[in-house]
Design a binder for this molecule. Structure first.
Ligand SMILES: Cc1cc2nc3c(=O)[nH]c(=O)nc-3n(C[C@H](O)[C@H](O)[C@H](O)COP(=O)(O)OP(=O)(O)OC[C@H]3O[C@@H](n4cnc5c(N)ncnc54)[C@H](O)[C@@H]3O)c2cc1C
Length: 621
């Protein structure tokens, strides 16, 4: 995912402290776990446990979501007597949960911490996929892709990255920025047969002259002329307006409406762009403010604005290269290395890439930090004397309760009202506001990528198909890991699917998309992989039945955090009025982390919110 503008969250340290003045009861002295004492059962995972190598339906995999959905549907589980006690229990072991544990341990090195996650692997969206291809292992990102524009990260996030060993400058050496250009690989559009005259692949988007591209496109003559004009005519479509007036208009006009009403292009040009931003905004261009297009991608990918308004500020100028082979799963793994060193031996960001994670070390009885997978939290409530929080979770169908001196909810905002029913109603509403956006990252292992090289393509955009795009992997090599830089070497293709419905918008669309995604069998995802790859590279000799060696469907039913940048988002009079700000207030011994709490689908948000949550906990203690 590429990002546009980082969000500032306007919360100060002073706010944290004020928030905690309403906290309940007296703080605990000394490590909470020592007061309670019990080491707890041994939840160790077997030595051969290795989820990154699993293929098929991953992401929200079977077994990860059913308990929480039952909870939402009204099922209750009674808390039992606590079996273990910790100074801090963190619900959710994504980057935000791991960062919460990291910050807390920095301040309280003796603290005993338990992280609980419903998935069979840690990292949340930041997930690692592995494939055996030939004699080697290929690594891919199953979700959270890159450290986008790290210079725009909050100071605390930049510091965390440094402290876990990530030196973003090194990616200038590790990421081959010229590989695909040197091979002459560009962008193609796979036109659909419903909106256009025929289903047709047209290469050279953005690299051949627009007249040439348009001549090949299965469009009417009028649409061709309009497309070329929109890209090439030096027209200010809002002439006579000041910059401020233009910005104001483009903020409240969708890009689709702007193209239609100001650039006045044909319906087929609108159809070409309607789904262009589906993997980023996850809605059609009729919901995306036209102003956002200025800051999308490298700028200039989409027509109509170049001579109307120039880009000012916003995104940093860094290239999109800060990418580990498994994406930000490496950030999660490096955090685990800090918290549970035995789980990931080694000492550098480079050696972490190929080091095999020892899942058996994650949840060792007696260890100061434990990470418990396959466990869905169903309740987190203060004890009657308000001196602790009892966290109840379901694992393998059995109910367990642990007692926590402090608790950080680093899961999803919208889940928290169900997990913490004692929260005030206004806060619960604020949390429920953030409807997570569903999307799928499907990874396809193929023995080589000669077909793409021969066709001169690195990326294909589908105007109206199940997968919105297929692209070659990011060319990054570090440590002992080598990207297959020759077209004759194996490749992991990236395909992105975002459910879209013409008749519904925004949250309603995302909820429906989630339902559809979870009900869809693997065979459907596979069918579309085959069909769409055949369309893209069949003419180059690719045969889906023969050439696909593995498919992993990373199904993120609760994917991106909602960001308040779509057309229908209201203006808020104050920061405190924003639902997610209301939602993230501390409540007694409970604080709320996770990227939703900052209403931004970024690793920066996940880390910043973890820091704030831990500050609240430390101020309370
Ligand atoms: C496909 C995809 C691509 C992305 N690409 C990028 C990118 O390139 N760069 C970027 O900065 N950001 C990207 N993001 C945004 C990403 O969400 C954040 O960067 C970050 O990984 C979020 O971390 P988190 O810990 O806040 O949330 P999550 O990763 O969602 O972690 C929360 C964890 O809590 C668990 N949980 C929820 N409920 C419970 C429960 N009841 N009991 C136990 N556990 C529970 C969840 O299952 C999950 O494992 C992407 C997101 C997606 C989905």
């Amino acid at each position: 995912m590429r990002y546009v503008v980082g969000m500032t969250d306007g919360i100060t340290r002073r706010d944290f402290l004020n928030g905690t003045r309403v906290a309940l009861g007296a703080s605990l002295l000394g490590p909470w776990a020592e007061l309670f004492g019990a080491p707890g059962a041994d939840f160790r995972l077997p030595p051969d446990y290795y989820p990154p190598a699993r293929t098929g339906l991953r992401g929200s995999h079977g077994g990860a979501w059913e308990v929480m959905h039952a909870r939402v549907a009204g099922e209750r589980w009674s808390a039992g007597a606590p079996e273990e006690a910790y100074d801090l229990v963190v619900v959710g072991a994504g980057i935000s949960g791991l960062a919460s544990a990291f910050f807390y341990r920095q301040a309280q090195p003796d603290a005993r911490i338990l992280l609980i996650d419903n998935h069979d692997d840690f990292g949340g969206h930041a997930k690692r996929n592995e494939f055996r291809v030939g004699n080697g292992t290929r690594i891919a990102y199953g979700g959270t892709e890159s450290i986008d524009t790290p210079s725009a990260y909050a100071e605390v996030s930049q510091r965390l990255l440094r402290e876990i060993g990530v030196d973003t400058e090194r990616f200038y050496d590790y990421y081959d920025q010229s590989l695909y250009d040197d091979l002459g690989l560009g962008y193609a559009v796979a036109f659909d047969g419903t909106n256009f005259d025929q289903r047709k692949l047209v290469k050279g988007y953005g690299s051949v002259p627009w007249q040439q591209f348009a001549a090949e496109a299965p469009m009417s003559e009028k649409a061709r002329t309009d497309l070329v004009r929109a890209f090439t005519a030096p027209v200010d479509y809002l002439s006579g307006m000041s910059r401020e007036e233009k910005v104001a208009l483009l903020e409240r006009t969708s890009y689709r409406a702007y193209l239609r009403d100001y650039v006045k292009v044909d319906e087929q040009v609108l159809a070409l762009y309607q789904r262009w931003g589906m993997s980023y905004w996850c809605v059609g261009m009729d919901e995306v403010p036209a102003i956002d297009i200025l800051y999308y991608g490298d700028g200039g990918d989409l027509p109509g604005l170049e001579h109307t308004l120039t880009r000012e500020g916003g995104r940093g100028s860094e290239p999109y290269i800060f990418h580990f082979p498994d994406g930000n799963a490496s950030v999660a793994r490096l955090l685990v290395r800090q918290l549970i060193p035995a789980a990931l031996p080694g000492s550098t960001m480079e050696d972490s890439v190929t080091e095999r994670l020892r899942y058996g070390e994650l949840d060792r009885s007696g260890a100061p930090v434990r990470l418990r997978l396959n466990s869905t939290v169903v309740n987190a409530a203060h004890t009657a004397d308000e001196g602790a929080v009892d966290v109840t979770y379901v694992r393998d169908g059995r109910v367990h309760t642990v007692r926590a001196g402090q608790c950080v909810m680093a899961c999803y905002n919208s889940a928290i009202p169900y997990l913490c029913p004692e929260l005030p109603e206004a806060q619960r509403q604020g949390l429920a506001y953030n409807v997570k956006i569903p999307l799928v990252y499907t990874k396809v292992a193929v023995p080589h990528w000669r077909w793409f090289a021969d066709e001169g393509m690195r990326f294909v955009f589908y105007t109206n198909d199940f997968y919105k795009q297929v692209e070659l992997d990011y060319p990054v090599s570090l440590g002992e890991y080598r990207f297959g830089a020759s077209p004759d070497e194996p490749m992991i293709l990236h395909m992105c699917h975002v459910p879209m419905f013409d008749e519904i918008q925004g949250p309603e669309q995302w909820r429906e998309g989630r339902r559809e995604m979870l009900a869809r069998p693997f065979a459907d995802f596979e069918h579309h992989v085959r069909d769409q790859l055949d369309q893209a590279i069949g003419q180059a000799g690719f045969d889906a039945a023969r050439d696909i060696t593995g498919i992993t469907v990373n199904r993120w039913a609760h994917g991106y955090s909602y960001s308040p940048d779509l057309l229908w988002e209201p203006d808020y009079a104050t920061d405190a009025a924003r639902p997610w700000v209301r939602g993230r207030q501390p409540f007694g011994r409970i604080s709320i982390a996770n990227s939703d709490a900052g209403a931004a689908a970024t690793t920066d948000s996940a880390i910043k919110q973890a820091y704030r949550a831990v500050e609240e906990r430390l101020a309370f203690a």
